[in-house]
Design a protein around this ligand. Structure first.
Ligand code: DGI
Ligand code: FE
Ligand code: FE
Length: 388
């Protein structure tokens, strides 16, 4: 029977303290394999400096996978924001029907373990390996039955003096913690521009105006846009900023959205008046220009057209439009298809998503903004599919 350890964490970023702890647990428990399990982070718990789930998983690979016992599992990331350990254990049971499971964490799990969702079931499904504060010390089992006690295993783990929070602070100052992070992780953070708080003033504004879910979405789109920009050779900082700002008016009351659009000099058409879903994009552009003094035409355009698209979209328009569809917290059924297309060609992704938008709006007998139709036709014709 193989022994499989499960080492979960935020890993934002993973560091050498995590590695040391996992190696030590593997040795003390005689584990055959350790699954490194980056967690998905619910919107209201997201720190300002959060790397995307994909980036955290990749940094875990760079940190742990030089040791053949370690494997990165994206199970919880794929399941999305609500991941209970007990469900993870059930999912792992499907993959490893005969293994013994050992849950490993860095801190004393006994503190607060009874608050874990279905903790009794967790104890039935896995050994819970919990750190003791010093060698020879006993775990405090008060309140557990004999049967439950037998499922806890004490581990002597040196408490890590390194913390991801401290490392993020250093990275924010442009220090790379050469002795704290795996060399591959440092290169990865540099290449992808992770953990820099590049637009603190705009970030504060967005934090002030958006609810936690919308804020998490905005961070998600800013990260997706930065990635797309790096992939397609656009200005990564501009893409990140446009992504951060794209929904800035989404939580404002409709009347306020309408007012700022008019103040910005726009005359509503009848279709637009009947189409309040698209107002937040128009209002966003006007608000950025009038209230926040944004003058960058490319950013203003990307925000303005992020919902509808338009004919003749710029590279930045396309990046923000698609970033909005593939942001990591999006979980509509065919998001995987759009993510795949987005890596191959922005136009291919836009054709797919704009066709979907047109189809859904027409099916629900809702008005369709002319820019939405122009976007669809323009991309279709340019991809040479008009003869189809
Ligand atoms: O703001 P988000 O939710 O992140 O996404 P979004 O800006 O793409 O807005 C999506 C909503 O806008 C969705 O409910 C579909 C709607 N929408 C997009 N294009 C049109 C539209 N609604 C109408 N009525 N007409 C459009 O052309
Ligand atoms: Fe939007
Ligand atoms: Fe959005």
């Amino acid at each position: 029977m193989a022994k499989t350890g499960i080492f979960g964490g935020t890993f934002n970023p993973p560091h050498l303290g995590h590695k040391k702890l996992a190696v030590s647990a593997a040795e003390q428990l005689g584990l055959d394999r350790v699954l490194i399990m980056p967690a998905s982070i619910p919107p209201h718990k997201q720190p300002v400096q959060l790397a995307s789930a994909g980036d955290r998983a990749e940094m875990c690979r760079l940190t742990f996978c030089d040791d053949p016992r370690f494997e990165v599992s994206t199970l919880e990331i794929e399941r999305g924001s609500k991941s209970y350990t007990v469900d993870t254990l059930d999912a792992l049971r499907q993959i490893y029907p005969d293994d013994e499971f050992y849950l490993v964490t860095g801190s004393d799990m006994l503190d607060g373990f009874k608050k874990w969702y279905r903790w009794q079931d967790i104890l039935k499904k896995a050994f819970v390996c919990t750190a003791i504060r010093e060698k020879g010390a006993k775990l405090d089992y008060s309140g557990y039955t004999e049967e439950e006690k037998a499922r806890f295993i004490p581990l002597t783990l040196e408490p890590t003096v390194i913390s991801s929070t401290e490392i993020r602070k250093m990275l924010g100052r442009g220090e790379y913690g050469e002795t704290l992070l795996a060399p591959g992780v440092i290169d990865y953070i540099k290449a992808n521009g992770l953990y820099a708080d590049r637009f603190p003033e705009y970030r504060k504004k967005v934090e002030e105006l958006l609810d936690p879910d919308r804020l998490a979405h905005s961070y998600g789109v800013s990260r997706a846009a930065r990635k797309l920009a790096l992939h397609y050779g656009a200005d990564a900082d501009k893409a990140e900023l446009a992504g951060l700002l794209h929904d800035i008016m989404k939580n404002a009351p409709k009347e306020e959205q309408k007012a700022v659009i008019e103040r910005g000099g726009h005359k509503f058409t009848d279709v637009e008046l009947a189409n309040s879903k698209v107002w937040h994009a128009m209002a966003g552009e006007a608000y950025l220009r009038l209230e926040l003094g944004v003058t960058d035409k490319e950013i203003l355009s990307a925000v303005r057209y992020h919902t509808t698209g338009r004919a003749g979209m710029s590279l930045l328009d396309k990046i923000v439009y698609i970033g909005d569809f593939i942001s990591e917290e999006r979980d509509y059924p065919d998001v995987g298809t759009v993510r795949k297309y987005a890596c191959e060609s922005l136009e291919k992704a836009i054709l797919y998503t704009s066709a979907y938008t047109v189809r859904t709006l027409a099916a629900a007998e809702k008005p369709i903004h002319p820019d939405t139709l122009d976007c669809y036709n323009d991309i279709l014709l340019n991809l040479g599919k008009d003869e189809k």
